[in-house]
Write a protein that binds this ligand. Structure first.
Ligand SMILES: [Mn+2]
Length: 347
C-alpha cells in the first residue's frame, strides 16, 4: 500500500501556507474569529471548531458576527457565544468561510474595525477558491474542499493540535451543512474521510441530526400556514419559474416562529419542470426582497439583475417597487438568465 492511500484529508494546501497560518496563531494570545453577515452551518461550525481548538491551546478567543445567528442554526451548541461586538483588543483575526468584501461590510462599518483590520494580522480560512477582494491585506489558507471545517482540520493535523469531541462535533456539523449531508458534488473522498475523522474524534452524527430536527419542529398553525403558502405558488415561463408571495401580514404573523419562505421554497424546487424558485416578501414601505433558489446555476445571475448577489444556486435581492412591477421584472430577468444558460450549455 502506498502512503497516499492512508491520507485522510484532501490534498494539503501548500505547506508554506499551513506553516504561515500556524505561526500567526502561535504568535497571538487573543484571537477574534469573524463570520461574515451571512452565517451558515459551515461558518458557525468552523468558527466554533476553531474556538475549541484555540481555547484548548490556551488562547483567548472571541467570536464575531455582525448579524444575529439565525434561529435554524441554534441547534449548534455555542451559537450564543457569537457577538456582534468586535473585540478590538485581539491581536489576530481569523475570517472563516469568506473573502468577499460585500459580506463583511457590516463588520467594516463598526467603529474602528476597518482600521484594526488594516493594521493587524488577518488570516482567512476558506474553501472558496475565488480570489477575495478584501480592502486590507490578509494571509490566505484556502483550498477547494466541501467545507471550511476541512481546511481547519488540515491545519490542526499539520500543527499537531488536538481536537476535543466538542471541536469534532462542530467540524462535522460544518461539513454536513455545506455538503447537505455529504450529498453535493463537492462531497468527494476527502470529504468522507474528513467526516470519518470527526466521528473518530467523538462527533455523533445521529445525535446532531436529532437536535437539529428537534429544533425544526413547528407549531400546528405553522403547518397549516405552509398548506396555505403551497396553494399560493404561481408558475410562469411554462412552469420553469415558481413564485410565492409572502406579504407583510404573513411576515408579521409568522416570522417570529418560522421564516415563511423557508417553509416552501425547497419543495418548489422539487416540482417537475421548475428551474427557478423565488420567494418574494413585501414590506409596508414598498421594500421587496427576493430569495432565489435554482436547479440551474443561475441564481446569482437573476439576483444580479436587481443589484443583488449570492451563489450559483442560492441568491437574493432587494428592491423598492410594487409587487406587480417587481414580479414583471423578475419574470423578464429569469427568462433572460434561462436563455443565457441555454446558450452557454449549447456552446
Ligand atoms: Mn462554506
Amino acid at each position: 500500500m502506498t502512503k497516499e492511500t492512508h491520507q485522510t484529508t484532501a490534498p494539503a494546501p501548500l505547506v508554506s501556507e499551513l506553516q504561515h497560518a500556524r505561526e500567526m496563531i502561535d504568535a497571538a494570545q487573543s484571537i477574534v474569529i469573524i463570520q461574515a453577515e451571512n452565517p451558515d452551518g459551515d461558518s458557525l461550525g468552523s468558527a466554533l471548531l476553531l474556538e475549541h481548538i484555540l481555547g484548548d491551546l490556551g488562547k483567548d478567543v472571541s467570536l464575531h458576527c455582525p448579524v444575529e445567528i439565525p434561529k435554524y442554526l441554534r441547534y449548534i451548541r455555542g451559537w450564543d457565544r457569537v457577538e456582534a461586538d468586535f473585540n478590538v483588543q485581539a491581536d489576530l483575526a481569523i475570517i472563516v468561510d469568506t473573502s468577499a468584501q460585500v459580506l463583511l461590510s457590516k463588520t467594516l462599518d463598526q467603529l474602528g474595525v476597518a482600521h484594526w483590520l488594516q493594521t493587524r494580522p488577518v488570516l482567512v480560512i476558506d474553501h472558496h477558491l475565488e480570489v477575495g477582494d478584501l480592502p486590507f491585506s490578509t494571509t490566505m489558507l484556502h483550498q477547494e474542499a466541501a467545507a471550511t471545517s476541512m481546511v481547519v482540520l488540515q491545519l490542526a493535523e499539520y500543527a499537531g493540535w488536538k481536537l476535543s469531541a466538542e471541536a469534532a462535533e462542530n467540524g462535522l456539523i460544518a461539513l454536513m451543512s455545506d455538503s447537505l449531508g455529504l450529498s453535493t458534488p463537492s462531497a468527494d473522498a476527502a470529504a468522507f474521510a474528513a467526516a470519518t475523522r470527526f466521528v473518530e474524534l467523538g462527533a455523533n452524527n445521529a445525535a446532531i441530526e436529532e437536535r437539529r430536527r428537534e429544533f425544526m419542529k413547528k407549531a400546528p398553525e405553522i403547518l397549516a400556514y405552509k398548506g396555505e403558502l403551497l396553494q399560493r405558488i404561481e408558475y410562469y415561463l411554462d412552469g420553469k419559474l415558481a413564485v410565492v408571495h409572502v406579504p407583510w401580514e404573513d411576515i408579521r404573523a409568522y416570522s417570529d416562529q418560522y421564516n415563511p419562505s423557508a417553509l416552501v421554497i425547497d419543495e418548489m424546487r422539487l416540482v417537475d419542470g421548475v428551474e427557478v424558485c423565488v420567494a418574494i416578501k413585501t414590506y409596508p414601505d414598498q421594500k421587496l426582497t427576493g430569495k432565489v433558489k435554482t436547479n440551474l446555476p443561475i441564481a446569482h445571475d437573476i439576483a444580479g439583475a436587481f443589484g443583488g448577489g449570492g451563489h450559483a444556486y442560492v441568491a437574493g435581492f432587494r428592491i423598492y417597487e410594487s409587487y406587480e412591477t417587481g414580479l414583471r421584472e423578475l419574470v423578464a430577468a429569469t427568462d433572460a438568465a434561462l436563455q443565457r444558460a441555454c446558450t452557454t450549455a449549447a456552446a
